[in-house]
Design a binder for this molecule. Sequence first.
Ligand code: SER
Length: 610
Amino acid sequence: MTANELRQKYLDFFKSKNHAMISSASLIPENDPTVLFTTAGMHPLVPYLLGEKHPAGNRLTNSQKCIRTGDIDEVGDATHHTFFEMMGNWSLGDYFKKDSINFSWEFLTSSEWLNLNKNRLAVSVFQGDEDALYDEEAYKIWQEIFSQNNIPEARIAKLPKKNNWWGPAGTTGPCGPDTEIFYWVGDVDKVPESFNDDNDLWVEIWNNVFMQYNKNAEGVFELLKKPNVDTGLGLERVLAIINGKSDNYQTELFRGLINKIEALSHKKYGESPEVDKAMRITADHIKAATFIIGDDRGITPSNTDQGYVLRRLIRRAIRYGRQLGIEEVLWTKQIAQEAIFIYQNIYSELEKNKNLILETLDKEEEKFSRTLVQGEKEFMKWAITGSESAGLIPGEVAFNLFQSYGYPLEMTIEMAKEYGKEVDVTAFEIEFKKHQDLSRTASAGKFKGGLADASEETTKLHTAAHLLLAALRKVLGDGVTQKGSNITAERLRFDFSYSEKMTAEQIKETEDLVNGAIAADFPVICEELSLEEAKNRGAMGVFDSKYGERVKVYTASKLLADGSPDTNNAFSQEICGGPHVNNTGILGKFKIQKEESSSSGVRRIKAILE
Ligand code: SER
């Protein structure tokens, strides 16, 4: 079965259960400062999981592109990835545990669908703790299914929060107990009687989360008015299993990349565990970098936030490539080309942004190749002779490697480990802070911060961001599009496409336009439209839908006599999930505090409401 067939089968199955298909959202989350990337299919759906109405209905399904850096140390084994696709289905206050579990079972085991061997399956459920009760309901549903199918009950495990609780994706948001489904990838006649979490031959394939809670900014688990279901099935893992492959890198989603790495390094996949690991990391990281740069809200390597993660992925891949013996220069783009080829029909943005992807990789590789070798020499002085520091690489050395040789901290830590040493991270951070303002930098390990709840202040700033985009297009021209935004309760940060620094007059004019729209006290109206209608009307937004789905459009404008927004003369119209204020008049005074470069061709504005 090909990946395309598997994806389609999943969507068809849930369509047959009355789910509406929605498209994959961007990898760069909007309006959620608590995470850098979309880490799961539920992430773009947070407002709906918290109770907002979704225009496509209350049963949804899709395949979502995801980036996870939390598992980065496990990448290199057979089943973990930085970039992966998650097939998902959601019930927004509609069906709950019984249907959810039965849908999963039917899709996995029915001969009409995946027809997996039932005897290779096991599950786990939440055992309960001080925050939430033991999930007896899920246990009983599985018990019935397992007994009907003569599967030992010991294959249902009760596990703690560490295993069977999911979310929130960032620091706040929807979460709840989950039930996980595992597949035995060992010998078919050696399936253990009971499920054991420590055995890697049990591979987790599906996670069904029963979202009953919202974790708020105070860390309290509030019960949601309506409980939801959020599930995620790993495409790469299931593809490997169905095709009888012992690891995901042997499936068509990786094989082209591995072949290219073999050709460049003159080594063979499978020749040793070290070679396998290095090839897997190289393939995984360059694929992830390809998707991050190629996203429609894509970003380029930098020293903060997503740009830093991207830089770290590319540089780590280059280092592993060197270890494999790749001598060619500007080789990473050759691997990226393979990834673009594999996904071009599903994620058309990769083909569309191909030149940008290849050029960005070239530039980053060029930059790092110049300092990689010198940096290695510098590092080795400490790795081998640094016994005076008792196994600790001083923070100043790690900082110098970062500052002068472009070594991401995590890479130095990893190299140190290879020599049985540790990096003095605290000293690194002190050094780092001396040099720059680092309250939110990824390098210091502070991926999380700010608020992501729909507090009044964030909602106001969110509406202000819409007014800002509309004003920028009036001042700088229609070529301006949004490249990203990040909103906390204190300020908004807004990235947009424009290649020059804005003049003081342009900044003032933009502020005046936004303040004019605030003074006009425009109603902010939310309508549900088809994507086509939204587009024809000139609404801003990302038009990447493939399924003719319905979207929400927020319009800030005067009203016509019939009470509908005057869309021909609207100040701002944007496709957006919300939430927004009802009238612009309550926003206060809009002020741009900073206008600066974000990356090549992208400017960044920081603004507040006073
Ligand atoms: N959000 C859950 C997960 O990521 C289910 O999709 O595992």
